[in-house]
Design a protein around this ligand. Sequence first.
Ligand code: ADP
Ligand code: MG
Length: 402
Amino acid sequence: MNKVYDIKVNNKVVFVRVDFNVPIKNGVITNDNRIIQALPTIKYLLENNAKVVLMSHLGKIKHKEAPEVVEEAKKKNNLAPVAIRLSELLNKEVKFINATRGSELEIAIKELKAGEAILMQNTRYEKGEEKNDPELSAYWANLCDAYVNDAFGTCHRAHASTYGIPQFAKEANKEVAIGYLVEKEVNSLRKCIEAKEHPYVAILGGAKVSDKIKIIEGLLPKADKILIGGAMAYTFLKSLGYNVGNSLVEEDRVEFAKEMLAKANGKIILPVDHLVVDNIENYSVKKYTEDQNIGDGLIGVDVGPKTIEKYANELIGSKVVFWNGPMGIFEKDEFANGTLEICKAIAKLENCFSCVGGGDSASAVIKLNFADKFSHVSTGGGASAEIIENEGHLPGIDIIEG
Ligand code: ADP
Ligand code: MG
């Protein structure tokens, strides 16, 4: 697969799909991590005298809604503030082009000098973007000499900017490549898929079994152990007949959980105790359980100390760790201990490749200040889950690799 540094970029118009889908409140960017993550590729291209045309989606625009609703969504999801922040981070002006097609964009591209960058308006201003519309894809592909995808967070979507452009560009014998961020993501996540090194321990948590069925199925043949936490654990425990009280359970997945446990031959490990409360928002009871049972009227909100010790022991000596899904309701500090302790246990491992995937898991690790203790913290929520489920494949990557 071509990397950005494999293709000819000198004096070429290079379209770069980045993930600038950042949170913006009242025109102010509240977290610029995604912009920062895209900098290595942008800097490389500028230093190597490319004419850089940056493109990204921002938020959601439903084109089927009434015209005034669409206009409102466009106003809310204007990419202009990103160009300002990006210019500051690069210490170099990145001109914002308030258009996704037409003469304004075309003239700006013609006037671009080598070593300069522009950012076009939100790709989702175009209703053909999410439909991977061939007319739009061909139009954009025609405007570039080469294409680079560095938007890992959207690689699981076959949209015009992630799939259509490289498809048409390749047909026109233009070079296509992945950027530094996508390269790191793919290499890291594929390590967790190829599972060449053992022991390999996966940790799965989060709210729902149903969200994770495919990941569990994908990891079962590869991992040596799968440690379960979060609300997901209660569906599994219920399937074994334990009392889970009022904890979050997916009744329609209890049967699946039971079958999975039978198939897993002891690979799936469940919590042995829990932190429970009588009410999540406003509790008068908060305690650890004695064992797996939660008790009538109580709600599991985190794993307990015995589970933490057991999981930390399971992790010792592992060579690969893949973690998806927090151990408890980590958004509340008083229920974040299990997630924190798992962070600590992973941070201690030596010679281990540790990878976190999933939107909430990544924010938990970042919030708890452990991001630099992991080999890789994925920037892709859905994309990191889907690449695991699909054996290392995503549409936005396959079109470049194939
Ligand atoms: P990711 O985004 O990393 O894939 P998920 O979206 O699957 O993770 O799960 C994250 C959510 O799971 C968090 O919002 C967290 O509060 C919730 N969660 C974890 N444990 C519990 C629990 N015991 N009860 C209810 N929700 C939980
Ligand atoms: Mg999530």
